[in-house]
Design a protein around this ligand. Structure first.
Ligand code: EPU
Length: 436
C-alpha cells in the first residue's frame, strides 16, 4: 500500500495547471452511454475513480479508448444493464449510470451504494426523480432495478433535508433528456458540474435550459448523438492547491483555475489573509490564471458548508488544516455530511487543537504542527493531512494514499513541482513507520 513521506517547511513557488474535474468527468462518462455515436471527452483526470468508471462502462457494452487525458466512449452493445456490486462498492459515483441506462436501454440494475466513510449517503432523491418520470423501481438482492418503456416528462421537486443532490440531479436530468415531453426539475443542484453535464448533453443534441440554477427545464428528444467536450477544471483541486500555497507562505501561479466557481471559498480565504488574484482579467470558458500569496499571519474565519454556491463540503477539511495556523479561533460547521470529520483526530495527532461538538468544530489557531504518522479514512481528509504535512516540523507519513489517489492526480508530483519535498513509497501492511 502506498504512503507519502512529507518533509515539512518549504515554501511553494512556481506555476501549475489545475486538472479537469473528477466530479464533472464521472457523470459525463456515464451520460455517453446514451449517445448513438462516439463521445470524446478532453481533460479527463487520470484517477482511480475514472479507471473504475471506465471498467464499469466496458462491462455495460461501451468501447472506451483514449490516450492521456482524452477518452472516447462509444456504445457498441446495449444488452448489458447491470452495474455490479463489485464495482459500485469501489466507487459510489457508479450510481450515475442509473439514469442514462434506464433512459436509453429501458432497464437498469445498479447495486445500491452503501454508506461510506463520510456518512450516510442515501439515494432516495435519485429514485424519487426517476419514478416521477414513470420508471418502475424495485429493490432486489441489494440492487436497484428500474424499468420503463419510455420515460415521460414531469415536474419534479428534488430538494432533500440537506439540500438537493448533485448526482441525483445528474441522473434525473440525463434521463429526462430522452423522455417524451417536458421535464422541470425544481430545487435542482446548482453545482458547476451540473452545468457542465448539461453542456455535454446539449452538445449531444439534448434541449436543456437552466442548468446551474435551481430550475432546470428539459425538452425531451428522441435520440442523442456523439459529441466532443472538454471537462471543466476541478474547483476542489484548485482550492486545495491554493490553500497549500498559502499555508507554506508561498507565492505561486495556478492556470486553468475556475475562479468564478470558487467565490465562496475565495471569500473565506480573503478574510483569512490569502490572496488569489487574477493574472488575466478575462476568464476564458470559466478558466483563468491566478497568483496565490498570503499574509504572513493568517486570520481565523467562520465557515459553514452548503450546497453550491455556498462553501463546498469537499474543501472543509483542507481549510480546517489551514486555519490551524491562524491567529485565533475558527468555527467550522458541516451542513452536508454532519460526520465528515475523520481528519480531526489525525490533525490532532499532528498538534492541532480542535474541539468537536456534533457537526461543529472549533479550531484553536496558532498551532505549531509537528510531523507524525497519520491516516485519513477519506479522500478530502487525506488532502488536509498532506497540507498539514507541508508545514509541520519534521516528517509526516500519510498512509492509505489510495483515498487521495481517487481525487488528485499524483498530488505529490504536483506539489513537488512547486518545491515541496514529498516522496511516495510502498508501505507493507505490517511495516513499522519510521518518522525521522
Ligand atoms: N442526499 C439525500 N438523498 C439522496 C441523495 C443525497 O438525502 O438521494 C443527501 C446526502 O446524504 C447529503 C446531501 O444530500 O447530505 C448531498 O449529497 P449529494 O447527493 O449532493 O452528493 P453526491 O451527489 O452523492 C457529490 C460529490 C461529492 C460531494 C457531494 C456534495 C460526485 C461524484 N460526488 O456527491 O464529492 O461531496 O456531491 O457536494 O460528484 C468528493 O469528491 O470527495 C465527494 C464526496
Amino acid at each position: 500500500m502506498d504512503a507519502l513521506r512529507i518533509q515539512g517547511g518549504t515554501r511553494l513557488s512556481g506555476t501549475l495547471a489545475v486538472d479537469g474535474s473528477k466530479n464533472a468527468a464521472l457523470p459525463a462518462m456515464a451520460a455517453a452511454i446514451m449517445a448513438d455515436g462516439p463521445v470524446t471527452l478532453h481533460d479527463v483526470p487520470t484517477l482511480s475513480d475514472i479507471a473504475n468508471m471506465t471498467k464499469l462502462l466496458r462491462e455495460l457494452g461501451c468501447e472506451v479508448t483514449g490516450h492521456g487525458r482524452t477518452c472516447t466512449i462509444q456504445t457498441t452493445d446495449t444488452a448489458a444493464t447491470h452495474a455490479r456490486y463489485e464495482i459500485v462498492r469501489t466507487m459510489r459515483a457508479s450510481i450515475c449510470v442509473l439514469g442514462p441506462l434506464l433512459a436509453s436501454r429501458g432497464e437498469a440494475r445498479v447495486s445500491m451504494p452503501g454508506g461510506c466513510a463520510i456518512g450516510d449517503r442515501p439515494v432516495d432523491l435519485h429514485l424519487r426523480g426517476l419514478r416521477a418520470l414513470g420508471a418502475q423501481i424495485e429493490l432486489d438482492g441489494g440492487d436497484i432495478i428500474a424499468r420503463a418503456d419510455r420515460l415521460k416528462g414531469a415536474t419534479i421537486f428534488l430538494g432533500g433535508p440537506f439540500g438537493s443532490s448533485v448526482l441525483g440531479t445528474a441522473n434525473v436530468m440525463s434521463a429526462a433528456a430522452l423522455a417524451e415531453g417536458c421535464t422541470v426539475i425544481e430545487s435542482a443542484a446548482c453545482e458547476p458540474e451540473i452545468a457542465g453535464l448539461a453542456d455535454l448533453l446539449n452538445a449531444m443534441g439534448a434541449k436543456i435550459q437552466g442548468a446551474g440554477t435551481p430550475r432546470i427545464v428539459i425538452e425531451g428528444v428522441e435520440q442523442l448523438h456523439g459529441a466532443d467536450y472538454t471537462v471543466i477544471p476541478d474547483r476542489i483541486v484548485a482550492g486545495t492547491l491554493a490553500m497549500a500555497i498559502a499555508m507554506t507562505n508561498g507565492d505561486a501561479t495556478l492556470t486553468n483555475f475556475p475562479h468564478d466557481n470558487l467565490l465562496a471559498v475565495l471569500d473565506r480565504l480573503d478574510i483569512a489573509g490569502v490572496h488569489v488574484e487574477r493574472e488575466n482579467t478575462e476568464e476564458v470558458s470559466g478558466r483563468c490564471t491566478v497568483r496565490v500569496t498570503s499574509d504572513r499571519r493568517l486570520r481565523p474565519v467562520l465557515y459553514t458548508t452548503q450546497p453550491y454556491p455556498g462553501f463546498p463540503t469537499d474543501l472543509q477539511a483542507q481549510l480546517m488544516a489551514l486555519l490551524c495556523l491562524a491567529d485565533g479561533n475558527s468555527i467550522v460547521t458541516e451542513r452536508i455530511y454532519p460526520d465528515r470529520f475523520l481528519h480531526v483526530s489525525e490533525l490532532t495527532r499532528m498538534g492541532a487543537t480542535l474541539f468537536r461538538s456534533g457537526s461543529t468544530v472549533v479550531v484553536q489557531g496558532g498551532a505549531q504542527l509537528v510531523g507524525a504518522p497519520v491516516m485519513a479514512g477519506d479522500l478530502r481528509g487525506s488532502a488536509a493531512l498532506v497540507l498539514a504535512g507541508l508545514v509541520a516540523k519534521g516528517e509526516t507519513v500519510v498512509q492509505r494514499v489510495y483515498h487521495l489517489d481517487r481525487g488528485y492526480v499524483r498530488l505529490e508530483n504536483q506539489l513537488n513541482a512547486l518545491g515541496a519535498g514529498i516522496e511516495r513509497f510502498e508501505l507493507g501492511v505490517s511495516d513499522p513507520i519510521e518518522v525521522g
